[in-house]
Every structure is written in C-alpha cells, then in structure tokens.
Design a protein around this ligand. Sequence first.
Ligand SMILES: [Ca+2]
Ligand SMILES: [Ca+2]
Ligand SMILES: [Ca+2]
Length: 623
Amino acid sequence: MEVIQLEKIKYHMLLLNSLLVFPSANARFYFLSLETCAVNNGGCDRTCKDTSTGVHCSCPLGFTLQFDGKTCKDIDECQASNGGCDHFCRNTIGSFDCSCKKGYKLLTDEKSCQDIDECTFERTCDHICINHPGTFECTCNKGYTLYGFTHCGDVNECSINNGGCQHTCVNTLGDYECHCDAGHKLHWNKKDCVETCNLSCARKRTEKRLRKAIRTLRKVINKEQFHIRLSGVNHDVARKSVRVLETQEICGLGQRHVGNKCVSCSVGTYYDGEQESCILCPNGTYQDNEGQITCEPCPNPQNPGNQKTAGAHSISECGGQCSPGEYSVDGFKPCLACPLGTYQPEPGRTSCFTCGGGLMTKLTGATVFQNCETKVQCSPGHFYNTTTHRCIRCSVGTYQPEFGQNYCISCPGNTTTDYDGSTNVTHCKDRHCGGELGEFTGYIESPNYPGNYPANTECTWSINPPPKRRILIVVPEIFLPIEDECGDYLVMRKSSSSNSVTTYETCQTYERPIAFTSRSKKLWVQFKSNEGNSAKGFQVPYVTYDEDYQELIEDIVRDGRLYASENHQEILKDKKLIKALFDVLAHPQNYFKYTAQESREMFPRSFIRLLRSKVSRFLRPYK
Ligand SMILES: [Ca+2]
Ligand SMILES: [Ca+2]
Ligand SMILES: [Ca+2]
C-alpha cells in the first residue's frame, strides 16, 4: 500500500518536473488550476505553504506581501519614525542601517548615537581637552598658544612690542622676563627699569637692611637665646617662661604650628609672634612671599585707592596704579598722561613708549601704537617700519592679524610659516616629522597634524619590526588635495629605491578607511608636499604581529565586508577601538583582558560575527 502511494507521488513529480523543464503556455495553463507549492514555489516570491484553500505565500522579516498575495517587497523601515535611528537611517533590501553624525558613535543597540568623548583618547590635545557634543576643543596653559587645532606652543611675548619691557625682553617656556641694562634694576611692575642707586634708593636700601636686622633680632628672641651684656655682666633674657612642648618641633621664621607640623604663612599674610598665628596683611600693605614676619608697605599708602587691600598678594593689588595711557615715577597715582608722540598699553608703568620716527599722536594719553599718526596704514600680515615709514611684510615665522601694528608676532613654539606676510597663527606650522620606528605599535602622521601640513616638506620614516613580526597598517582617512596633480603624496615601500616592492601609494583624499599588511618585512615611508594646496594630511597607526598569524590577518583585511558598512568603517576610525584591536594583535595574550561583555559593548555584533568566523576557521586545523 505504502509502496503504491510512493510510486504515485514519484509519477506526479516526474510529470511536474517535465512541465518545469519545458514550460509552455499550455503547460502553465495546465497546472494553474492545481496550484501547489511543489510547482514553481506556488508562485510565491519567498515562503510557500499549502493550505486547504490553496497556496499561502509569506515573506521573511523586513519584507511585506504585496496585493497579488505572492510578491514580497522590501519594507522601507526608515519611513516610519526614522527606523528608530537617532540620526541617519539608510534603507537596505530586507533591512536597514542606522548611522550617526560625525563626532558620534553608534551604540551596540545599533540605533542610538552617543557623543564620542575625544578627550579619553591618547594625544588628543597637548594641554587641556574639553569635550563637546559631536566635537571637542583644545586649549593651552597660560603662556602658550594653540596651533594646528590640538597643539600648544610657547608664546614669544618678546615679539609683541618687546613684551612691554623697557629694556631687554627674554623669552622663556611658558613665560618671559624683562631684564635691565647695567646700572638699572627691574621695577616692581617687572617691566620698567629704575636706576639702581639714587638718593631714594639708598634710603630704601638702608630701610631694608634695618628691617632685616629687626628680623634677626626677633628671631633670636623667638629662639629665646637673647644675651644682654649690662655693665660688663652677661644676662640671659627669657622672653616668657618655656612654653614650647618638648615634643613639638621649633618652627622656623614665619611659620606656625599646625598639629605637629610647621607650616609657612601663605602669601598675603605674615607671622605674628604675639598671636602665634598668620595674620592677613593690613590695608596699605602686601606680601608676595611665603613665610614672612612682616608685610611690605604699598608704594603709596596715603592714596585713597589703597583702602581695601587687606591680604594683598602682590604690589599690583595695592591699587591706585596708573591706567594705560598714563605714567608716574613709581607707576602709582598721581599719574600723568603719556605726552604727544608716546603711548602706553599697560597699567602701573613709569614711562611711555615713543611712537618712533618722529611720529605724533593726535591727543595725549594714547594707549596703543595705532594712535600714532603713521604715514600709511598697514594691513594684517605687515608691520609699520618707523625708519622707512613703510609697511613691511611679516617675515617667515611671524604673523600679524591686526591693522596698523608696529611688530609681527613670532610663531608659537617651534612652528614657522610657509611664506612671509602671514596674517594668522593658523599659518604657523610644525615641520617636525619622520624618524625610525620599530615598536610593537606606533603611528606616522603628517607634520602639524591635524592642522594643515607645511609646504615643501619631505618626511621619511622607516618601520623596522622586531624579529619574526610583520606590519599591519590602517589608514583611517587621508586628506591630500586632489586638485594639484599629485604634488603631495604618501608612499610606503620596501626601501628608498623607487622600484622596490610598493605596499601603498596615494596622492588623493580618502575618507573611507582601509587596512592592509605590508608586502615587505621592513617599510620605508615617505611623505612629500609641494609649494601649494595644503590639507590635513594623515595619522596612520600600525601594529606588528607574529608572522604565524599572517594567514588570518590577510583573511580579515582582504574581506570587503570589513569596509562595507559605515559602522565597520567607524571602527577603523575609532582611535579607542583601533587601540584595543592593535593591542590584541600585538600581544595576543591581552585578548584575555577583554571580557566578552566588554567586546560586545565595544564592537558592533556584525563585526564580532565577521571576526569570530575567521578566527575559528583559522584555528580549526590545530584543534
Ligand atoms: Ca529595508
Ligand atoms: Ca565629543
Ligand atoms: Ca614665552
């Protein structure tokens, strides 16, 4: 019975197969009446199911059944509430992809976008990093200027109107100092120079010596070692009965006890022996040193401007200083306006700068050089030469952003400009580049990155990996101006010889990342730029891996799926993820540092699937 039934089915199959192999109008008509999933999938696009009422077509997830009841059409998920994507939604056949704006990363729910905290990366800013939604900002410590977006270079204050120094200006890292010619010393405003010894200074010097003598006297009293010789008899004088506990250390001058420790009185205070504590400097005095037993009198204590200066840390807090455009003998009120032909931009000065070259000012009390009546007005990128009365282009390595100045500002740190006549600090570029590389991981970057690279530059790196290791390189993105016929290029090959095995060569901009292994064991890398059309350049990380992994690494980097989705591309651009990936590639044992949970949170699921299949295929022969 069963056998007969089977034979029957076989017969039907044969019949149907022959109909399929030789389809004709007749044949089609013939089996329309007996529709079944066994024939032509019942006419269904995808899934077919035989039911008592005939065939029933259905579609997989991501598709919808059309009115004909057979065809499956892709659902455009992006039409309904943006597919649930935070930022961008891109429809695909059978599915959809979310992606994020620049500066955001897609979370592992593959829908939400989160700001990238660039400040958690290494080397983001030279000094201070401030994270913002979708971006970040670098700032520099005092005395430094930002260049190339993320770098900080020392300001050469001396290039700005001689640092305001009356005599010599000496630039230092993060600061500067004014120095005075022989026979002069620096005024308290640290810029003006005063003659070392006229009558008033001699008096001051005596006062100072006296103060010192009093200090010494008080010191010996404090130490209770005061001897007096009266009528040829020695007397030991004790100030008070011994109160200092044996266990307590005897504090130095200007210090007080805090617990069992001695602490110097801070600036703006002095040590008072009577009260045995640090007291705020009274009105009309200041103290700019720690551990003192007196406060210095303000230069002009009878001045009404000095009323509220209790605890003053410096002489400038004494108040009553001359305003910009004014001067006086000591820099304090009463002040005189800078006479015609002079100007003074700073407060508390003892003199004014002359315009030079016989130039006049319209009014007295001028505060800036621009008040001097120059013969021509100089545009940014130039300075006014008071000898020739002409505008001179700022020389290479200097810039001037303002109109009508009499100086150009030196570029910060070790940067310089490509050309003369620069108008902005962004024209200052670091030219440093190249070198020998050979660690397990590292990077090469164009000079001044991420600022524009300098013109006419040539950098050469050589990567020489440790024994039995090979080089893997990721170019996350590279910006070279396309419009100038390969004037700027990056090349990686075996040696400096132009016909040696080449691994990579480009003179264009690619925002899509690419990963590749070096075709030679060592790598010689060169970047060259010509005179015009600069761009951001590149920062290219590399890692060296054990040559036993060659097959696996090649398998991964050659798989187009690695670069296909925008989210995978983001991995190769994500400095943190690249670091984690490279860390494991360089030292495979570090894989165990990352828990499954961690890697799930770090990488998109599709990326893990891609890697896992390759790794298991690679490992299988050894199992
Ligand atoms: Ca879709
Ligand atoms: Ca950010
Ligand atoms: Ca400096």
